[in-house]
Design a protein around this ligand. Structure first.
Ligand SMILES: Cc1cc2nc3c(=O)[nH]c(=O)nc-3n(C[C@H](O)[C@H](O)[C@H](O)COP(=O)(O)OP(=O)(O)OC[C@H]3O[C@@H](n4cnc5c(N)ncnc54)[C@H](O)[C@@H]3O)c2cc1C
Length: 313
């Protein structure tokens, strides 16, 4: 069915089902900020996703991938082009004998960690407190409590958004993983699914207990009840960003509705009325103070979409 107002050209693919206009992206980010997407869809199958990519590409629209939006700062002005949220692309298969785990890009990583624990598969206990998707975890090389995605990932199924007819596989070794980094952050590739190799044959009760303990230790030291994106800045090793910020007495520093969390200095929380501009301004303000006092430039871990420059300076 044609979508009213959908752009068309002689070469345009037909507008796919599920395409929506002017959707507020604040409902798709954990910071609860972000203006409207010009075009938006939440595909539930790989075929739907590929049809969307094909349509967007046929019109030359910019493409923005959103997982759970737990590491995204989206501008108040919103995003031009096509924004695709992958969180409905869920599902996983676990092989409890050999440890193979295959998960769709939108599977919540805490759900996968719980399933793995119940199957006696060890390796993802650290992932239970990270409120992202499998795709977002791969792109970001998410990690916590000594573990990270790169350590357990075997390969990913990806598609180049410019050639959506040809999904292909990349091995973990080809992804140039580093601390909170993968080459997927620079390339026009969309993660469709991921394959992990976990350690099989563990006692499900013990793995589940470790997983639950990890979640408890995080929720008791981080402001999980308020909208945030987790740690805003990468740790400038060997320093910790939170410690540098706290040492300057910046906990509680506010800009509009954004606040440096009094609980954890590397978190910026939305106290209820924050805009993306408030958060962006507070990020810059913290950066300026840390560089002035410690001589260290903090680099955001959070990805900014829709701002004039790709990262805060
Ligand atoms: C309370 C809280 C605690 C957190 N704790 C941690 C932590 O301990 N460790 C940690 O590493 N992170 C942490 N985070 C940050 C965040 O959860 C992770 O970075 C997570 O991996 C992001 O996943 P996502 O699905 O939300 O990705 P998004 O935030 O939606 O996207 C992140 C990036 O990945 C891209 N992307 C997403 N999915 C795909 C896909 N399928 N294909 C291609 N590109 C894609 C996006 O375009 C964007 O560039 C925390 C966040 C919160 C809110």
């Amino acid at each position: 069915m044609a979508v009213s107002g959908a752009p068309t050209t002689d070469h345009a693919a037909p507008p796919p089902a599920g395409l929506r206009q002017a959707i507020r992206l604040q409902d798709f980010t954990t910071w609860k900020v972000g203006g409207p997407a010009e075009w938006f869809a939440e595909p539930a199958t790989t075929a739907e996703l590929l049809a969307l990519l094909h349509w967007g590409e046929s019109l030359g629209l910019p493409l923005h991938c959103i997982g759970a939006g737990s590491n995204l700062l989206i501008a108040d002005a919103g995003l031009p082009g096509l924004s695709v949220c992958l969180r409905r692309l869920q599902g996983s298969q676990l092989d409890r004998t050999e440890g193979w785990v295959e998960a769709a890009a939108g599977e919540p990583i805490p759900t996968l960690a719980r399933k793995a624990a119940r199957a006696g598969l060890s390796g993802l206990e650290w992932a239970v407190g990270i409120p992202g998707t499998v795709g977002g975890a791969v792109v970001m090389n998410a990690g916590a409590q000594g573990g990270c995605t790169a350590e357990w990932l075997h390969s990913v199924q990806v598609v180049d958004r410019r050639r959506p007819d040809q999904p292909f596989e990349l091995s973990a070794g080809a992804l140039a993983f580093a601390y909170r980094h993968s080459r997927l952050q620079q390339e026009p590739l969309v993660v469709l699914s991921a394959r992990f190799r976990l350690a099989a044959g563990h006692d499900p009760t013990a793995v589940t207990a470790r997983t639950s303990a990890n979640l408890h230790s995080r929720t008791s030291t981080q402001p999980y009840q308020q909208p945030s994106c987790g740690s805003v800045f990468r740790n400038p090793e060997p320093e910790k960003a939170g410690r540098l910020i706290e040492a300057l007495g910046l906990k509680g520093l506010r800009r509009g509705g954004a606040e440096v969390s009094p609980v954890h200095a590397n978190f910026i929380v939305n106290t209820g009325s924050a805009t993306a501009d408030d958060i962006d301004g507070l990020i810059r303000s913290v950066q300026e103070r840390v560089v002035a006092s410690h001589g260290i430039t903090l680099h955001p871990e959070v990805k900014r979409l829709g701002f004039p420059s790709p990262t805060s300076t």
